[in-house]
Write a protein that binds this ligand. Structure first.
Ligand code: AMP
Length: 283
C-alpha cells in the first residue's frame, strides 16, 4: 500500500515525499479513503499513530478546489475547523497542516488562549480556509464576531476524549451550534466512553468506524495470564511460579511502594538470593 494508492492529489504526494514517508500508517490507510469520499469518520487512534496526517491529508485534498492566491479576505472563508484540547496540540496540528499543505494555496491559522488575541484577530480578518482552535478561545472570537464559521464544511474533533475530560463539552456544543448542518465531521479519540459515543451520535452521520491496534499494546509473542488468589497467597504464588518455571529474569510490578519493598525482602529470604531491590517509579 502506498500513498498514491489512496488517491491523494499530486501536491500532497509531493509533500509526503518531502517528509520521507514511504507508506501510510494503519490509521492513515483506513481513515483516508472514506474521508476522501466525503464520509463521516469515528477513529480510535492515539498520539503517535500518524492520526494527524490521517485527517489533515484528506482534508487538504477535499479543500483543493478552493485553493487560491487572491488577497481578498472574502475569497478565504473558514472552510475547515479543527478543535483540539490544548494549545500545544493545536500548534502541532497547524504545523502539520502547513507541512502537508505547503504546495497548496490554502491558508491556515491557529487560535488558543493564554496569548494576546489581537494578532489572531488580524490573521482571521485577512481570511483563512483552515482554522485550528482550542474551544475556549474560539468562543471568545465567536463572541467578538472576529470569526465567521458559517461556511465550515469540514470539522475535526481531535483527541475528543481529552476535550471532554477537560470539561469542554458545553463549549463544543456552543461551537457546533454555529456551524452549518451540512458538513463532513470527523471524531478522533484514544478511548471510547459512553460520553464520547453520545457526542459521536450527535455529531456524526452514518460514520465509518476506524480502529487500529493500540500503539502500546503487548506484542503477539507475549501471553497474559491472570491468577485469582487471596491477597495473602500472592507472594507464595509468585515464589512458586518463579521456582517451578525456573525463571531467571523476572520483572515484578506492584503497588504500593511499601508492598514492593516487602515483596523483595520476602523473595530474598525465600532463598536463591534472586531478588533485587525494587525500583521506584520516578516522580
Ligand atoms: P501523530 O500520531 O499524528 O502525532 O504522528 C506521529 C508522528 O508520525 C509524527 O511525527 C509524524 O510526522 C509521523 N508520521 C505520520 N505519518 C507517517 C508515515 N506515514 N510514515 C512515517 N511517519 C509518519
Amino acid at each position: 500500500m502506498s500513498f498514491s494508492d489512496l488517491g491523494l492529489a499530486p501536491e500532497l504526494l509531493r509533500a509526503i515525499a518531502d517528509q520521507g514517508y514511504t507508506e501510510p500508517t494503519p490509521v492513515q490507510a483506513k481513515a483516508i479513503p472514506p474521508i476522501l469520499q466525503g464520509q463521516d469518520v469515528m477513529a480510535a487512534a492515539q498520539t503517535g499513530t500518524g492520526k494527524t496526517a490521517g485527517f489533515t491529508l484528506p482534508m487538504l485534498h477535499r479543500l483543493l478546489e478552493f485553493a487560491n492566491t487572491s488577497v481578498s479576505p472574502a475569497r478565504h472563508p473558514v472552510r475547515a475547523l479543527i478543535l483540539t484540547p490544548t494549545r500545544e496540540l493545536a500548534a502541532q496540528v497547524q504545523d502539520s497542516v502547513k507541512t502537508y499543505g505547503k504546495h497548496i494555496a490554502l491558508r491556515s491559522a491557529v487560535v488558543y488562549g493564554g496569548v494576546h488575541i489581537d494578532p489572531q484577530i488580524a490573521e482571521l480578518r485577512a481570511g483563512v480556509e483552515i482554522l485550528v482552535a482550542t474551544p475556549g478561545r474560539l468562543l471568545d472570537h465567536l463572541g467578538q464576531k472576529t470569526v465567521n464559521l458559517s461556511q465550515v464544511q469540514f470539522l475535526v474533533l481531535d483527541e475528543a476524549d481529552r476535550m471532554l475530560d477537560m470539561g469542554f463539552l458545553p463549549d463544543i456544543k456552543r461551537i457546533l451550534a454555529t456551524l452549518p448542518a451540512k458538513r463532513q465531521s470527523l471524531l478522533f479519540s484514544a478511548t471510547y466512553s459512553d460520553e464520547i459515543r453520545g457526542l459521536a451520535k450527535q455529531l456524526l452521520t452514518d460514520p465509518v468506524s476506524v480502529e487500529v491496534a493500540r500503539r502500546n499494546s503487548a506484542t503477539e509473542t507475549v501471553t497474559h495470564l491472570v491468577y485469582k488468589v487471596e491477597s495473602a497467597a500472592k507472594r507464595d504464588l509468585l515464589n512458586h511460579l518463579i521456582k517451578s518455571r525456573d525463571m531467571r529474569q523476572v520483572l515484578v510490578f506492584c503497588s504500593p511502594k511499601i508492598g514492593a519493598n516487602r515483596l523483595a525482602s520476602k523473595l530474598d529470604k525465600a532463598g536463591d538470593g534472586a531478588a533485587r531491590r525494587p525500583r521506584h517509579r520516578p516522580p
